[in-house]
Design a protein around this ligand. Structure first.
Ligand SMILES: *Cc1c(COP(=O)(O)O)cnc(C)c1O
Length: 392
C-alpha cells in the first residue's frame, strides 16, 4: 500500500505541474471555446505522406525499425539539410530519428550534462526544456527575451553573464515559440562566439525552420552553418509542425558523430525506436517540392495577418511575429495586468482560449502582461475567434 497523502514524485520534478497546454485545452473543451491555445493544426498534411503511411502499415513495416531510424528517412533528412541550409550530414552516423523534437532535446541534455552543469536558454522557453534540464540534474541559466516595438530582443551583457565555467550547453530555439522571434545573423554570431569561448555545445530546436515569414528581418539560419559551429552543434527538428502531423512524433538530430552517438546512447533507453511505419512517410514528405514549403509559409502568413488584424481591432497591443504558429499580444490596453487571470477568464468572457506566456519565464514579471495565440487553424476557426474577441 502506498501512502496517498505522500508526494511520490522525485523532488527535482515537483516544480513541474500539468503542462499549461493540457490545462487550457481541457478548459476549451469544457467551455466550448475556440482553442487558440495549443499549437496544433486542424487540417492534415500532404496527401502523399498520408498515403505512404497507410501503404507502410499495410505493407508489413510494423516492427521495430533500426535504432537510428529507417535508412530512407535518414537519407531524406540529409538531402533536406543540404538543399535548404547547405549543411552536409552523413545519414550513417550523423543523423538519428527520435520520438519528436521533444525526445531529441531530452536525449541531448541527458547525454551531455553532468549533474550541476549549466544550460543557457532564452526565456520564455518551450515547456519541456526546464523539465528536461531538471531531470538531468543540470541547472538552467535563463536569458530574458524582452518585448519592444520591433519585436523581441535580449541584452548582450545578460547573455554573456549567463555563461561561465560550468556552461555545457546553449539550448536555442529559432524561430522561437512563444514569441515568434527569428534570431538574426548578428545575434547568432554572438551566441556562437560565446560557445567557442566557453567550449559549449549548441542544441538547437528548429521545428519552425520553414515558418519564417517574408517580412522577417532575416531568413532562418541554423547556427550550425556559422564558422566552427557544425562541430559543436546538435541540430534538432521534426515533422510535426512542417507537415501538420503533430501526433506522429517523428523528429531527428543532425550533428557530428561524437555528439550524435552520445545522444543515441541515451535515446536507445528512452524509447529505443518509435512510429516505424510513419518514418518512411515522413521521408516522402521531406521530398516535397520547394513549392510545398512556400505555400505552407504563405498560408500561415495570411492567417497570421488576419488574426493580428482581429486582435488589434479587439484592443490588444499585438507584438511582432516573424515566424512560427504564434503571435503574442499585450493585454494592458484591455485593462489586463496578469496573463494567467486573463486567460482563465477569457473563455467565460468571449469563448476563446489563449495561453499566458508568463509560465514560460523564470522571471515572473517579464511576461506577465503577454498572452499567446495560435493561428495554425482553419480560416473559419480564425474568423469565429475574431468575431468572439470583438465582444471584449
Ligand atoms: C511543438 C514544439 C516542439 C515539439 O515537437 P515534437 O516533434 O512534437 O516533439 C518542440 N519545440 C518547440 C519550440 C515546439 O513548438
Amino acid at each position: 500500500m502506498t501512502d496517498a497523502t505522500r508526494d511520490q514524485l522525485v523532488a527535482r520534478m515537483r516544480p513541474f505541474g500539468t503542462t499549461i497546454f493540457a490545462e487550457m485545452s481541457a478548459l476549451a473543451v469544457r467551455t466550448g471555446s475556440v482553442n487558440l491555445g495549443q499549437g496544433f493544426p486542424d487540417t492534415d498534411g500532404p496527401a502523399a505522406m498520408l498515403d505512404a503511411a497507410a501503404a507502410a502499415i499495410h505493407g508489413g513495416r510494423n516492427q521495430y525499425p533500426p535504432g537510428p531510424g529507417v535508412p530512407e528517412l535518414r537519407a531524406a533528412v540529409s538531402a533536406h539539410q543540404k538543399a535548404f541550409w547547405g549543411l552536409d550530414y552523413d545519414p550513417d552516423g550523423e543523423i538519428i530519428v527520435t520520438a519528436g523534437a521533444t525526445e531529441a532535446i531530452a536525449a541531448s541534455i541527458l547525454a551531455l550534462c553532468e549533474a550541476g552543469d549549466e544550460v543557457v536558454c532564452f526565456e520564455p522557453y518551450y515547456d519541456s526544456y526546464a523539465a528536461s534540464i531538471a531531470l538531468a540534474g543540470a541547472v538552467r541559466r535563463p536569458v530574458t527575451l524582452r518585448a519592444h516595438a520591433g519585436g523581441y530582443g535580449f541584452d548582450p551583457a545578460e547573455l554573456r553573464a549567463a555563461f561561465g565555467p560550468r556552461t555545457r550547453l546553449v539550448l536555442l530555439n529559432s524561430p522561437h515559440n512563444p514569441t515568434g522571434k527569428v534570431f538574426t545573423p548578428d545575434e547568432l554570431a554572438q551566441i556562437a562566439a560565446l560557445c567557442e569561448e566557453f567550449d559549449a555545445v549548441a542544441v538547437t530546436d528548429e521545428v519552425y525552420e520553414h515558418l519564417v515569414f517574408t517580412d522577417a528581418d532575416a531568413p532562418h539560419m541554423p547556427i550550425a552553418s556559422l564558422p566552427g559551429m557544425r562541430a559543436r552543434t546538435l541540430q534538432i527538428s521534426s515533422a510535426g509542425k512542417t507537415f501538420s502531423c503533430t501526433g506522429w512524433k517523428i523528429g531527428w538530430i543532425c550533428g557530428p558523430r561524437d555528439l550524435v552517438s552520445a545522444a543515441l546512447r541515451v535515446k536507445q533507453f528512452l524509447t529505443f525506436v518509435n512510429a516505424g511505419p510513419l518514418q518512411p512517410a515522413v521521408a516522402v514528405a521531406l521530398d516535397s517540392p520547394p513549392s510545398y514549403y512556400e505555400a505552407f509559409r504563405d498560408d500561415l502568413q495570411r492567417k497570421r495577418d488576419r488574426l493580428c488584424e482581429g486582435l488589434t481591432a479587439a484592443g490588444f497591443a499585438v507584438l511582432r511575429s516573424e515566424g512560427t504558429y504564434f503571435v503574442t499580444a499585450d493585454i494592458t490596453p484591455l485593462g489586463g495586468t496578469d496573463g494567467v487571470d486573463f486567460c482563465l477568464a477569457l473563455p467565460e468572457r468571449c469563448g476563446v482560449v489563449a495561453v499566458p506566456t508568463q509560465v514560460f519565464y523564470d522571471d515572473a514579471t517579464a511576461g506577465r502582461h503577454i498572452v499567446r495565440f495560435a493561428f495554425c487553424k482553419r480560416d473559419e476557426v480564425i474568423e469565429e475567434a475574431i468575431t468572439r474577441l470583438a465582444r471584449l
